[in-house]
Design a protein around this ligand. Structure first.
Ligand code: PHE
Length: 353
């Protein structure tokens, strides 16, 4: 019986079969348990012989079952360890990553460049009132320059679709970042050195115009700021932004109601394999000038509108299109694509995974 039991245990194919054998031999109704019960009825001399034998049989069987059980458990553990192995040398799976939009990237770069020149970043509302967007910038109600802006106005009353005609308080989508000049001066006074990046809106749409676009305004007001400071600041900023030392600027007289004198700034470009690349003197053969931004000395009337004394304070301002800067830096040619959200376009210019 003993060798038979031990062979069966040894050959049990799995844990379930082993458990069945345990019940068969050692369970309450089991064969070995049955033999143990016969001990009580035996004569003492016989029990003395059979007792140790049966006990030996029972413990040998229990030991064999325990050993086999442990072997099964080990096998299972080995199998789990083998199947759950982590290969730390495998390349990590690709995790899709977004990227910063070129417009945001340029605004970040500008904030960094101007921070080095001592400018802080100011902001203002995109839903602006007439006074900050126009009047305080020396564009009175009847000023012809207002017509150049293709302004989106809010209706005074949605029901009857009438425009609010109250000068100064009617609301609009700001047409430029220049109202932030006024808000910053009113809030912080002078001296001041800020840039103001943000969205602006004009009713206009073609390959180079979108109804919403981005500008960065610059404003410096102090006691002795002059046009030379403006030129140096723009040169320094454009050299840093385009990462070229040979950026050449041309300043042309121009007109903005809020600057006097006003200066239109062109930047020289050269033909490199049929592409216009910024850099070099625009008057050289094969070169040319590209209009880049508007600027000037802040008009005395604007300084007064902001509540400061124009005999004490003076300075310069400029406004530049962020989208245009991005197009020039990254060689993009259709402004509208900036706002399509097409990842193929972004990745074509190295902005997406
Ligand atoms: N606000 C002007 C525009 O949108 C740009 C500008 C800003 C010009 C500051 C002069 C000074 O066209």
């Amino acid at each position: 019986l003993k060798t038979d039991a031990l062979t069966q245990i040894e050959n049990a194919p799995d844990a379930a079969a082993l458990e069945a054998l345990r019940i068969e031999f050692l369970g309450k109704q089991g064969s070995i348990s049955g033999l143990m019960k016969t001990l009580g009825k035996m004569a003492p001399e016989e029990r003395q012989v059979q007792g140790p034998l049966l006990n030996g049989l029972r413990s040998a069987t229990a030991d064999a079952i325990a050993a086999r059980k442990e072997a099964f458990e080990n096998e299972e553990l080995e199998a789990r360890l083998a199947s759950e192995t982590l290969d730390l040398t495998l390349p990590a799976p690709d995790v899709p990553q977004g990227s910063v939009h070129p417009v945001s990237q340029v605004m970040d770069e500008l904030a960094e460049i101007f921070a080095d020149l001592g400018f802080s970043v100011a902001t203002g509302p995109e839903i602006e009132d007439d006074w900050h967007n126009f009047t305080a910038l020396n564009m009175a109600e009847t000023h012809p320059a207002r017509a150049m802006h293709d302004t989106f106005y809010f209706l005074q009353d949605r029901a009857d679709q009438t425009l609010d005609n109250a000068p100064n308080t009617r609301m609009l989508l700001r047409t430029h970042t220049s109202p932030v000049q006024i808000r910053s001066l009113v809030e912080h006074g002078a001296p001041i050195r800020i840039i103001a990046p943000g969205r602006v809106y004009r009713s206009d749409s073609d390959a180079t115009h979108t109804p919403m676009f981005h500008q960065v305004e610059g404003l410096v007001i102090d006691r002795a700021i002059h046009l030379g400071h403006l030129k140096w600041t723009l040169e320094t900023f454009l050299k840093a932004f385009f990462e070229r030392e040979d950026i050449v600027l041309r300043l042309r007289p121009s007109y903005f109601p809020f600057t006097e004198p006003s200066v239109e700034v062109d930047v020289g470009w050269q033909d490199v394999d049929g592409r216009r690349v910024l850099g070099g003197d625009g008057d050289a053969p094969g070169h040319g000038w590209m209009e880049l931004l508007g600027s000037g000395m802040v008009n005395r009337r604007v300084i007064a509108f902001a509540g400061l004394d124009p005999d004490e304070w003076q300075g310069f301002a400029f406004g530049v299109g962020v989208d245009r800067l991005a197009m020039l830096k990254y060689g993009m040619d259709d402004l509208r694509a900036f706002f399509d959200g097409d990842r193929r376009w972004l990745s074509h210019y190295g902005f997406s995974p």
